[in-house]
Ligand binder design. Sequence first.
Ligand code: NAP
Length: 310
Amino acid sequence: MTARVIDGTAIAAEIRSAAMPGVEAFARAAGRPPGLGIVLVGENPASEVYVRNKAKAGGNAGLWVDLQRLPATASLGDLLALVHRLNRSDQHDGILVQSPLPDAMGKGASQRVFDAIDPDKDVDGFHPVNVGKLVQGRAHLKPCTPSGVIEMLDRSGITIGGRHAVVIGRSEIVGKPMAMLLLQRDATVTVCHSKTPDLPSVAARGDILVAAIGRPGFVTRDFVKPGATVIDVGTTPVRDRAVVEQLFGHGSPRLEAFAKRGSVVVGDVHPAVAEVAGALTPVPGGVGPLTIALLLKNTLAAAEARSRRG
Ligand code: NAP
């Protein structure tokens, strides 16, 4: 069997087009486009790329994107002051603070920042109020990556209800909310993590397997039930040519990409899984574009809700 490839780029484009009339209607009624404030602290190269992609996609979708940069030397107090200013702003409907924050901000800094964002502007869905609402099945702003995965499954005609879904990873931003959203869609959900014994055989019970680990090629064929849908959330830059060659084989286009850039982004799922799975998301071009599309959708939803409240 060769797995059907789920095209995240195309699905993300569908979501963006579907949001377009809403963006235009909001802009006409409000006299301004929906506004998204993105805060980037320091110069982490991966974060620079993520933020650039988010800002570009937001601009193309008709949003006003305000990129606010703070130097790596900024204090947690500086960052919290900026978040409070964006909370008070009438022009900013959504606020996103790009992770990770510089280590110098201290342990627990991200949580303090997420806690400080106005829950009504929390387009990442990380504020405890929004997390609580998510658990209760009444979230307005849901975390973008897991809700992007649900959109992918729905738009690819993959049934969730009544299926067994296995999620590997239990982070606050992907694994836990992913499990919650699958549960709300009537899947039977198993959540695995680094202490799960006999992981391959647990994972192989899944009709839907979501890998959100951050270990290139970790999910091999023995993790996958034949015909299962495999969603690869992992995105790890690999800078070692030997690893790329070992995963993708000689003559792979990924090696050409590596030769050009000196690194490639690799998912958690081993390429050989394509021979076992029924459907599979690629990396890149799978979950990543959905995360951005859902961010735009959340920003519009936040803007509309703010304007309804007046
Ligand atoms: P994270 O906070 O580091 O969490 C990783 C999870 O994987 C943890 O729960 C950890 O278990 C589990 N894990 C690690 N090693 C494992 C092992 N050997 N066996 C089983 N479980 C293991 O990472 P994250 O923020 O959730 O992100 C996960 C991946 O998704 C990363 O590659 C990230 O870059 C990517 N990501 C992609 C997008 C996108 O838009 N495509 C968005 C967000 C994240 P413990 O809890 O036991 O430590």
